[in-house]
Ligand binder design. Structure first.
Ligand code: FAD
Length: 331
């Protein structure tokens, strides 16, 4: 029996290759994470962000026993012959003092609902982190005092400098106060302490760094961000019958990008290899496109693009992810 842990992009994609596998997730629906920020900012509604699983065992995975080949899900034990670990990632809140207690994150639909209702009744919002998530939230909130705190001296540090510059001008045009080269040191109930002073905050959003699930730390090799190490075929370097796909897994010598598109192709390869094939996984990310105030821009391969072209590319990059749950329903 092949067991898939985690029904995100990678897990659902793995299931679409082999409908006999068992899929386990803590929730009973699939989340279209790229639309969570749109939901928070009132651009999309709940039905666009959640989709039905074709089948799922609902429960919290609390232990993976690689030697005995079993996983503990709630009170139940599930045996496996092959295992695909696709448990995603978390924002690394414990990294920043007070963040766990006082900051919001945005990973799940519940996070998005909480954040949306808190933002609706608040004026002063502080976003920690100037990556894609931080920029999109800051850039799409209306009628608020938004401050974005970014440790590096530019936004979107993993993207082209043209994208960074565009993000900066768009956020400034939207009235976002940018604190670049500023480190968040502590989150308090009503403020954020930074290397440049303390800022009043009714809602603090932490988008400042990701880590893999703590459950994969219990075995063998992980990288500095707690992602499990896999070989070129996505097989765990510690256990032959275990594969890793999506955000929770990476190579030892090269980071696998964290994206829906990459997770979908990894899920397929992991399942084919679990079924006995030997396919090499080559991560490909077609485009990284952001939307700020209905303006689309970002990187397409090595080029910067914006406007209608970027809007089309964002659509194309997500076509696969949009059809994924629907395909699943028909399995
Ligand atoms: C707000 C936001 C916006 C994003 N925007 C984009 C974007 O525009 N484009 C893009 O390409 N990527 C985007 N991403 C990144 C993208 O969502 C991830 O790269 C992708 O979801 C990775 O897929 P995955 O299958 O590895 O993990 P996930 O999709 O995170 O799935 C992991 C699954 O594991 C389950 N799980 C975790 N732990 C347990 C447990 N212990 N027990 C049971 N179940 C468990 C979770 O419920 C979840 O369903 C965004 C992410 C976020 C949070």
């Amino acid at each position: 029996m092949i067991v898939i842990l985690g029904g995100g992009y990678a897990g659902l994609s793995a299931l679409s290759e082999n409908s006999n596998a068992i899929l386990v997730d803590r929730k009973s629906y699939f989340t279209l994470t790229p639309w969570l920020i749109d939901f928070v900012c009132g651009i999309r509604n709940e039905t666009e962000v959640k989709a039905k699983y074709p089948k799922v065992i609902k429960g919290e995975v609390s232990k993976i026993d690689y030697k005995e080949k079993r996983v503990i899900v709630g009170e139940t034990e599930i045996k496996f012959d092959k295992l695909i670990v696709s448990l995603g990632h978390h924002q690394n809140l414990p990294r920043l003092k007070g963040a766990k207690e006082f900051a919001h994150k945005i990973e799940t639909f519940e996070d998005a609902v909480n954040l949306k209702s808190k933002i609706e009744t608040s004026k002063n919002i502080v976003i920690i982190g100037g990556g894609a998530t931080g920029v999109e939230i800051a850039g799409n909130l209306r009628g608020k005092n938004v401050t974005l705190v970014q440790r590096r001296d530019r936004l979107l540090p993993t993207m082209s400098t043209a994208s960074s510059e565009r993000a900066r001008t768009l956020l400034e045009e939207n009235g976002v106060k940018l604190l670049l080269g500023t480190e968040a040191l502590e989150v308090k109930k009503n403020s954020v302490v930074t290397s440049n002073g303390e800022i009043k905050s009714e809602v603090t959003v932490f988008a400042g760094g990701l880590k893999g699930p703590s459950i994969v730390e219990d075995f063998g090799h992980t990288n500095k961000n707690h992602r499990m190490i896999v070989d070129k075929n996505l097989r765990s370097i510690d256990y032959r019958d275990v594969f890793g796909a999506g955000d929770c897994a990476t190579f030892s010598n090269e980071d696998i990008p964290m994206s829906a598109e990459v997770a979908i192709s990894a899920g397929k390869i992991a399942m084919r290899n679990a079924l006995g094939e030997e396919n090499t996984f080559i991560p490909r990310r077609t485009a990284t496109i952001l939307r700020v105030n209905n303006f689309f821009f970002g990187d397409f391969g090595n080029s910067y693009i914006e406007g209608d072209m970027a809007k089309i590319m964002r659509g194309l990059a997500y076509v696969q992810s949009l059809v994924l749950p629907a395909r699943g329903v028909n399995v």
